[in-house]
Design a protein around this ligand. Structure first.
Ligand code: ADP
Ligand code: MG
Length: 412
């Protein structure tokens, strides 16, 4: 079935065509009808399979239809997402699909002035895409009225229902209408969160695509056993042997992100970094630069593991393994999006073996091991520019030392 066969308004169809969307993806094909019928949906599908449009298309269609016959100047749908970047990205998808329709969307998130967001709210919007912090702020100030919400969407649903966010979501339930449609979308979910999700909805339809292997079928992924202190040499080698490739490198902490960037700088490799210490505008700029592709390597923490859709990321490197097993799936899912293929390599040190086991349990299967020959390993370390620079430094220090000693001898 093509999008042109759906009962959508001509503008929506035109917009989908402009986006290059001809046929629905599996998850879109399965989710659109129940969402149009007003049912609650829990949808699990791999990374990069078009989940955003799977909820955006039917929501926009419904609201557009409703507005033809009724005066509906209130917010009808709220989409909750975990990060600013994702809020902006999801909003962009909504805006593109809703162009020239009666549907207005707005994106609200913290870390920026609220004035513009409030102004837009007063002008009237139908759909709000929000991160929890600013959403609550504006709601408390009385400028964001969610009392007539008809549809609640949790994107990255398992994360939104996890410890860090669940209180917010529960608090939200208090001021959202009881009678509403609730939609959960994610690439991963575990039993505990699933139960929690069901407790929040009535008779949800469950749609699950490829539940056995949560890693996208477009991603070829493997692990290499590399010791902590040697990781940077391997990263340097991979980058240098794939100079034309766009790479996303994940590290455990923001301090490590900066440290790895410095190590690459010493090896004459230009990189970008992204973590929670950067202010909103910096984060947006970095993403933009990376999208444009002038700088081909982005070193990031898990804040960008989920949802972000950057075109043409060829490779994901897990420089450190993620602490949360499900983030493995989300990180490697930043490549191989849509119809593209991608590659992912994880560096696993002795200290991280237990984390790898946890990940394999989550995936229900072992991760392919990249066999590194001993000579190859040694070669990687000794040919690093950084090592060579260090060697030069060592030689220099030795010379200085010898010179000092000879001076002392002469004095004697
Ligand atoms: P997910 O949320 O499942 O990880 P996204 O919604 O971010 O995936 O979509 C991944 C990519 O697939 C995006 O670049 C999007 O433009 C593209 N895409 C989505 N639906 C279609 C479609 N029907 N046809 C072609 N490309 C699509
Ligand atoms: Mg998504």
């Amino acid at each position: 079935m093509k999008f042109s066969d759906y009962p959508f308004n001509a503008d929506i169809k035109f917009n989908l065509e402009k986006l290059g969307f001809k046929k629905p993806t599996d998850i879109q094909y399965k989710s659109i009808p129940p969402i149009l019928r007003g049912e609650d949906v829990l949808a699990i599908a791999q990374t990069g399979t078009g989940k955003t449009a799977a909820f955006a298309i039917p929501i926009i269609h419904k609201i557009h239809q409703d507005k033809a016959s009724k005066r509906t100047d209130f917010i009808k749908c709220i989409v909750m997402v975990p990060t600013h970047e994702l809020a902006l990205q999801v909003n962009e998808v909504f805006e593109k699909i809703a162009q020239k329709t009666r549907v207005k969307t707005l994106c609200i998130f913290g870390g920026v002035e609220q004035t513009e967001q409030i102004k837009s709210l007063y002008k009237g919007v139908d759909i709000v895409i929000a991160t929890p912090g600013r959403m609550f702020d504006l709601q408390h100030q009385g400028v964001l009225d969610l009392t007539r919400i008809e549809i609640l969407v949790l994107d990255e649903a398992d994360h939104m229902l996890d410890v860090g966010f669940i209180k917010d979501i529960r608090d939200m339930q208090r001021f959202l209408p009881k009678k509403r449609q609730t939609l959960f979308f994610s690439a991963t979910i575990d039993e505990k969160i699933k139960k929690l999700a069901y407790s929040l909805v009535s008779n949800a339809i469950r749609i699950q695509i490829s539940p056995k292997d949560p890693v996208s079928k477009n991603v070829q992924h493997a692990v290499a056993f590399i010791e902590m202190d040697d990781k940077r040499f391997f990263l340097e080698r991979i980058i240098n042997t794939h100079k034309d490739k766009k790479m996303l490198v994940f590290v455990r902490t923001k301090v490590r992100a900066e440290r790895v960037a410095k190590a690459m700088e010493r090896a004459d490799i230009d990189t970008l970094t992204m973590h929670s210490d950067k202010v909103h505008q910096e984060r947006i700029n970095v993403l933009e630069q990376f999208k444009q592709g002038k700088t081909k390597v982005l070193i990031a923490t898990d804040i960008n593991a989920r949802g972000i859709d950057i075109p043409n990321v060829d490779m994901v490197i897990n420089y450190d393994l993620p602490d949360e097993a499900e983030n493995y799936v989300h990180r490697v899912g930043r490549t191989g999006r849509g119809t593209k293929k991608g590659q992912a390599i994880s560096f696993c040190s002795k200290e991280e073996q237990a984390t790898l086991k946890k990940i394999e349990t989550f995936l229900h299967q072992p991760v392919t091991i990249l066999d590194l020959e001993k000579e190859d390993y040694m070669e990687t370390i000794s040919f690093s520019k950084e090592t060579m620079a260090n060697e030069n430094l060592k030689d220099l220090l030795k010379e200085v030392e010898m010179f000092e000693q000879s001076k002392k001898k002469k004095k004697k």
